[in-house]
Design a protein around this ligand. Structure first.
Ligand code: GRF
Length: 199
């Protein structure tokens, strides 16, 4: 069985889109791939309750409980490794991860970023795109490397920036596209990794 662990920090709408796609497209039956856990650094992340209701195992590794970033990274790594995942999916996970952690999962960790990378790495991407006068914005699914928001681009979606857009309206338009490209990018990967059902 190919195991997928999803990391969230908030509403987890991308996680929900991935779980819905996995069910609708029968990833378990067709690709022998299973979303085996949703892990959050925040106990109040709304997505946790939703994942539990879908009978997905949930866990909290609270970053505030660790004195240093290295200790948090180590605890998070242990929690993820327990599931022996072939794929670690960052879905609105709002902690910067240390290079040792990233190297441990390199090649099997994905992220979605709400901009057309390599433009607008970091935070406040929609506001910065509006202020820069961009006519188009979007989202990028990429592999995670130790450099923030870098790494191989796997999928992108483009949306127009409208004259009366503000940060929220643009974010909402981009988010609807995130919910399409992230499940599609994951499906493409698990198809290539597909382990026969009898193993
Ligand atoms: C999304 O725009 C995602 O790209 C960013 O955080 C936002 C919230 O995501 N990293 P979600 O609703 O928690 O999936």
């Amino acid at each position: 069985m190919l195991s997928i662990v999803i990391l969230i920090s908030g509403s987890g709408s991308n996680m929900q889109a991935i779980v819905r796609a996995a069910k609708a497209e029968q990833w378990s039956e067709r690709y022998n791939a299973n979303i085996c856990a949703v892990i959050s650094n925040r106990s109040d992340a709304k997505g946790l309750a939703w994942a539990s209701a879908q009978e997905i195992q949930t866990e909290v590794v609270d970053h505030k409980a660790y004195a240093t970033r290295a200790l948090f990274d180590a605890a998070l790594q242990t929690a993820i490794d327990a599931h022996k995942p072939q794929l670690v999916v960052l879905a609105g996970f709002m902690r910067i991860l240390g290079s040792g952690f990233v190297q441990h999962f390199e090649g099997r960790m994905l992220n979605i970023h709400p901009s057309l990378l390599p433009a607008f790495t970091g935070l406040h991407t929609h506001q910065r795109a509006i202020e820069a006068g961009c006519r188009f914005a979007g989202a990028t699914v990429h592999r995670v490397t130790p450099v923030l928001d870098e790494g191989e681009i796997l999928a992108q979606a483009v949306v127009p920036v409208l004259n009366d857009d503000n940060e929220d309206t643009l974010a909402a338009r981009v988010l609807t596209q995130e919910h399409l490209i992230y499940p599609a990018a994951i499906r493409k990967i698990i198809k290539t990794l597909c382990i026969p059902n009898n193993s």
